[in-house]
Design a protein. Sequence first.
Lengths: 331, 531
Amino acid sequence: MWRDLFQRHGALIVLAAVVVAAGAGLDGFLTAGNLDNVAVGASFLAVIALGMTFVIVTGGIDLSVGTVFALAGVLAAWASQYGSAAALLVPLVVCGAIGALNGALIARAGLAPFIVTLASMLGSLGLMLAVSREGTVTHLVPDGLALTPLVHGRLLGLVGHPVLLVVVLFAAGGVVLGRTRWGQYVYAVGGNEQSAALMGVPVGGVKAAVYTLSGLCAGLAGTLNAVWLGSGVTIFGIGTELEAIAAVVIGGTLLTGGYGFVAGTLAGVLLLKVVQNVINAVGGLSSAYQEVVSGLFLVVVVLAQKWLSRPGAAAPTAPHGPSGPARTGAP
Amino acid sequence: MTGPVERGPAVLGARGVTRRFPGVLALDRVDFEVLPGEVHALVGENGAGKSTLIKLLTGVYRPDGGGLEYLGAPVRFAGPLRAQRAGIATIYQEVNLLPLLSVARNLFLGREPRRFGLIDFARMHREAREALSGYGVHVDVRRPLRELSMGARQMVALARAVGSDARVVIMDEPTSSLEPREVETLFEVIGTLRERGIGVVYVSHRLDELYRICDRVTVLRDGRVVHTGAMAELERLRLISLMLGRDVADVAGEGVTTFSGEHTEVSSEPVLEAADLAARHRLHGVSLRIRPGEVVGLGGLLGSGRTETAQAIAGALPLDSGRVSVLGVPVRRRSTAAAIAAGIGMLTEDRKHEGIVPGSSVRENIALAALPRLSRFGLVSERRVDRVVRVFMERLRIKAVGPEQKVEELSGGNQQKVLLARWLALEPRVLLLDEPTRGIDVGAKAEVQRLVDELAAEGLGVLLISSDLEELVEGADRVLVLKDGAVVGELSGGEVTERALMAVIAGEPVTAAGERAGDGAPAVRGGEEVR
């Protein structure tokens, strides 16, 4: 019971502890302005991490989301000259297509997710450089774009729209993963592909879908980010894939697949961003230390996961030996 | 057991199905049918085609020739999912469920009760509890499956398969990881299936189980059906002879192996002694001794614990209890390295995966295990490696262009010799040979057999595992027969005949003196057969 609790809510518990400690120790941490800063800053990463959660629950990985995020930003800024609809649709279609291509190569051709998404990471980097003329052109979002006030708006003057969107997306993601049949399939694929196939799960379809979803999430995040910033910045987002993976894992999702929750991912994202905020707030500490702390967190979480799953660990992994009655019949 | 409640035309049948794999005819015009309400045993040794047939019946493979009939009409399944949906349920021997998901989710995956498109967990949990209680499993269905015992998991798999309106249930070695109590529950469930008119295909090597619950039996051998009929009318000995392909009346003739059949025993002090080897579900107190110069055979059906015994001796199988000693010195640590250091070498059954390094040369493959001995201060002495490689290539008559030829380019027999050379380079005291001649051509087979003879003559202790009865009879001085992980008989000297072996495997205990503890099976006195 204890183990479950910690695996599920570990990130949330630590997050609460950090917030309480920072609130007590740092002036200005618990102000509305600062918390809003953290929340909005976390929202773009959160959207990426949401898609990543689905991918990692299937036992896969998507390394392309960082550059896809950046590509989406550049595409959105470029397309914004043709209006809001173009600014939204162009990056979503392109990024969805990249995700679908990832999915197709992984699901149909059986290639390793690591390699496929590494390739599409490089591919989308090139695409982004092409759109920005080798990075020499920074496309600006024109003033008066209909999308801009939507992104910058606030509900009741309090909650920023990106934050609101994250809440809605995560609620939807939680329902899809936890309460729909398709969500069960996602877990099943990550639990054991072969078993899942024998149990009637459309493994290929599920895989193709999660990578497409991941591409779409990264595309959406990049688009919103560009509108938020008012331009498509080429270097923004490179390396975000690692942050997203870290958030997902810190949130209790097993990298080996078959286990995880979107709520945990949200807690993981917030934890990373709060720590970043705290370090920035502590005078004199370089923001570079934030990466160090994030790295440490990740190691601690993975160690904790390993340790927590230790007593029952014998059960899920290969209860049968290498030979014996397992082999029967023709090849 | 009592007859089925209802019998009609076959619920599922294969009509003259043929299936080829590159270089192998796995199934050759096989006819097979399951009637409603019958439990049909499907038996055969390794490579007989059982797995292929099951995969054809369950839509994993499609036949190259012939076809399937289901519920009286020809059918072609596009995949396992289609077969499953149509009502053909399969329980695989390794439970194919998802350990991290809850018991209920495993049970209902793909057919969860839903309300407004979302899963109705309350109802799912209630139904899961109800369904499982019918299988004697009373657990919290919300907990992850991995917290259940193997037996309980098997029951979940069964409940899952049968729950989906199955008309046919195919069980592949369902009892291989079950406790006796769980086996009883399984048999009760099978009884219920039979009463419901479901056809059951039951694959097992445990003869006692087959005779207890099966109505009919089909024996496969080398991809062909060699017998179909009522289970009770097939004598055990006859069943064994059908499976192994050795005719009871026809085993007295001189064999074609090249074993000399005589080995000089240098001394009576055992070179290897293994006592009370026990591993859960697999070995139940196996003991054996091998004297220098002796070839001890291990016989028994597939899954009887032969390979496991060898692995246990070689330190490759975790044991619950048991001792292994070489020349009276106990092997303390249970690891392959400790076993090798003690002088135990093991030639595995699976040459490709557990033995050769295919892309490396003959020289590298031979020297691999012996490198520590051939090096000084961590540096490999090329001269010593060359010498060892030359010696063994000559001695084992390894046919290769030269020591630098890649092992993958050699024939199976020569690959086997390279592996043998690798072990011999370590100067072992005991060699464990698991199916040393499987899959190699006749000529190479003869050479390997001759080598085994020579090695024994030089004082090595040899444990020979073989499914080939002839090989055991002619190669071994003494044969231990295993069944369900325990030694059920020992034959030595003149007692070692194919017929006697089959009798012991069939479960007619034959003591060394040729006495039997009768159990109602046909009388065959194992000890009397002298060639």
